[in-house]
Design a protein around this ligand. Sequence first.
Ligand code: ATP
Ligand code: MG
Length: 564
Amino acid sequence: MAEKAPGTSSDFIRDIIRKDIESDKWGGRVATRFPPEPNGYLHIGHAKSICLNFGIARDFGGVCHLRMDDTNPTKEEQEYIDAIHEDVRWLGFDWGEHEYYASDYFEQLHEWAVQLVKAGKAYVCDLNPDEVRAHRGTLTQPGKESPYRNRSIEENLDLFARMRAGEFENGSRTLRAKIDMASPNLNLRDPVMYRILKATHPHTGDQWCIYPMYDFAHGQSDSIEHITHSICTLEFEDHRPLYDWYCEQLGIWHPQQIEFARLNLNYTVMSKRRLLQLVQEGLVSGWDDPRMPTIRGMRRRGYPPEAIRAFCDAIGVAKADNTVDIAYLEHFVREALNKAAPRYLAVIDPLRVVIENYPEGQVEEFDAVNNPEDPSMGTRKVPFSKVIHIEREDFMEDPPPKYYRLAPGREVRLRYAYFIKCTDVIKDADGNVVELRCTYDPATRGGDASDGRKVKATLHWVSEAHAFDAEVRLYSHLFSKPDPDDVEEGRDWLSNLNPDSLKVLQGCKLEPALKQAAPGDRIQFERLGYFRVDTRDSKMDAPVFNRTVTLRDAWARIKNRAAS
Ligand code: ATP
Ligand code: MG
């Protein structure tokens, strides 16, 4: 289930667009946008929106704009803008010349606000934020009109100009649309259009001390850019009447807002506020911590961009909220890495094995296949000698039934090399197994017995004299419960953080060919999973490996069980 060919995706939004093209509603144009607020790093939920908006532009020969929705200077930073550029490009999308900033439209937005004041459709209100809230009413009770609602147009123009000139304190006045305090839709109960906020903006500096609210900036920005389909998540469904109201009152280009269900994943959180909290409280190592659901976290962990795109394609676009199993995302990661990642031998929890009948000082080199899925990736030489390491969990002194790996008196295959048989177990004073003694059968060279006898297990290994030591980091879910909000009374979502989400292993033994691995390389350690050489902490000749994902495909198993 690889990435779909461009133009072959189908969903209710693309159906709408197809109809619009047929009816020539927009003169055949398709213009979408991805509008992040630069107040945090992008996450996998944003990836869904990016794939959808840029994917539609690609499929219909349209354009997709990248627009910074930068109307809240207190939370926005250049650092985030730079990261958004990098992450969207890394995902494989390009906005070309179409990069915009809502803040570039501040002058136009202000003009439109004045236009609404002049039309008697907006007024300056002196209620403070708490009073505005109290007047708003509830879902079952209508709101109360502001005592300032019926100011004259002249007075409103004067006060709004003085708001802009910086005469009033933060929060002391707002500009509000005059719509309907009794509307069943709370968004239409005289929504705030402008607030006073004396803060330096990353783009406009100190030019403004009043800033438009999201609802008065977003649709207007869409309009200025002549967007045709303004695709957003479901929580904006109730804002659509307001989106439409502003466009109609102003008599401007009026895009169609279409809502779809946001992506939720289990075992993680997706709100930027929460992700920021994890970073600020040091609960993860940063926005690019490989456990984070951020695009850069996933990138650092080793997820290829094509896997994320294939996943976003496969989950599709729907109208109803749901939660996707994180195992489904991992399935696409494995799928992408299976063919692309060369395989190596590495032992992450080493147990020393001395092969007593193997000649001292002898070294043999075996040909190892780099990727059986792709013969063009060739072979390499793997050195073998008298002392090797195997994975500690591949030996049991007292094996239960169905454990077929190494045990006293038992024979197994060493991948590419020989059959070995365990003859003795060496322990330390506390009874821990510290070394095994084995014999090998020279007649099994290359991994098959000349007499046709079989073994039930094939183990990976490295030669002690040739291996080098490296740090390996194993990851599991950031939260121990599928729903991090599933908490006992008095506790919060942070209490569900998984204490075992990161395991750092030192002294792992890697085959010598891995010395050449460069930061960013994606590889497979046979039997252990896919790994990526860490781009932040790897040093010259001391690579650090992040486990991207194990080899077991939990999602495929679920699917097969359902099918049988
Ligand atoms: P958060 O709730 O994580 O803070 P946001 O919606 O405030 O996200 P924005 O920067 O405003 O973040 O989002 C930019 C675009 O990405 C918006 O169009 C938004 O609808 C979309 N988006 C955000 N989160 C998701 C998600 N989980 N699934 C799909 N689209 C999303
Ligand atoms: Mg938002």
